[in-house]
Ligand binder design. Sequence first.
Ligand code: ZN
Ligand code: ZN
Length: 453
Amino acid sequence: MVRFQNLARFPDIGSNSYLLEFGETRVVLDAGTHPKHTGTDTLPLFEKIEPDSVDAIFVSHPHLDHIGALPVLMRQQITAAVAMTAPTMESGAALLHNSVNVMKAQKRELNEPAYPLYTHRKVDEFERLWFTREPGEVFSVGHSDRVECEFFPAGHVQGAVGIQMEWNGKSVFYTGDVHFEDQTMTRAAEFPEGKVDTLIIETTRGAHPRDPGYTREAEKRRLGEVIAETIAGNGAVLIPVFAFGKTQELLFMLHELRNEGIIPHTPVHIGGLSTRMSQIADRHCDLETRNHRHFELLEDFEDLEILPRGHREPEFHRGEIYALSSGMMSEHTVSHRFARRVLAEPEHALLFVGYADSETPGGKILAAGQGGRVQLNSDQDHETPIKCRVENFDFSGHSPREQIADYAVSRDPDTVVLVHGDEPARAWFQEELQRRLPNSRVLIPQPGEVVDL
Ligand SMILES: [Zn+2]
Ligand SMILES: [Zn+2]
């Protein structure tokens, strides 16, 4: 008997974690935190798993909604084997350390007694217990009931994988977060084909159809044109970006745009965690799952400037590009610190290249647009006028819903389990897949729900 339990605490994206039981063998897929909650509410429903009962934990990729709760789970499941790819291991450890710092700051600010949920020392201690497996290696976990496992490149971010598991003639495939098309650096997913019994799929973009006119290449060109116009007008460009993944994708886009003659050679500034994450990407620059192989950002990218650490008011130059984290311009981050100067003058441009939640300063600026006003600090009533140009670009690391649905249909599954999506997103997938797979079960398991497969 194979059994699935949804350990996500809320029916949306965040705190991803799923328990699979293959006979006596118990495997947990991902252990993420929820970005919109605080304290122990950010954790998956780990209280549903008996302590020290899990044989293996797999991490699909190092975004915090997949790895952020791993130290908490490991504390409860001390003998579980923890596997991920080598790039995920390095980026994941760095992001967990950063998350300790963020939790410590939030402990004071939000008066959250549970924070930090783990310490730097625990992250170091646990990291030594992780082991790596790469796509192409078949391995097995468990004791009497061995489960055969294999990772497959998932696109999305460097090192991300989908996970195929087989036991007793039954097969399960978990997509994790997936992109079936090449990004600038990260190449498209290479997922297995053929019949699978159970498919667990992400549904992030389920609420919106793919724009038939969209191409990543045209979107990149539009970004380049706005940058070129801003620099020609003696303005500065601020691009708020997530330190891991998006920063490296953006740097490669800027590199290509320079080579194509669309933007001029002008200094590009990065800082803080982005530097560390780019270093890790450089160490894995020979990966077959990436474009621009052997190009090291910190070595080979011309005019890359690293912002000095800890400066509250770093220097700001017209005609230059600032690619700074965080992507949503959250308070106490470098991109937030630069916001006031960029917003103050119409020559500057503020360009969004990733998702910004509507509750964050970035999301509020996007909603108000040029000519609007925004409250940048939550503890002040003061509103700042938005005088600069504001533009939004779509470089999503997730596949459009149609591609994921096509993949699901191609594997002819008996059961499809829909995860990692808001309610309308999962609802679209359920309707679409039920129509195209009339003999399959298409399920939306609620938090804590158990499903026999
Ligand atoms: Zn992700
Ligand atoms: Zn995710």
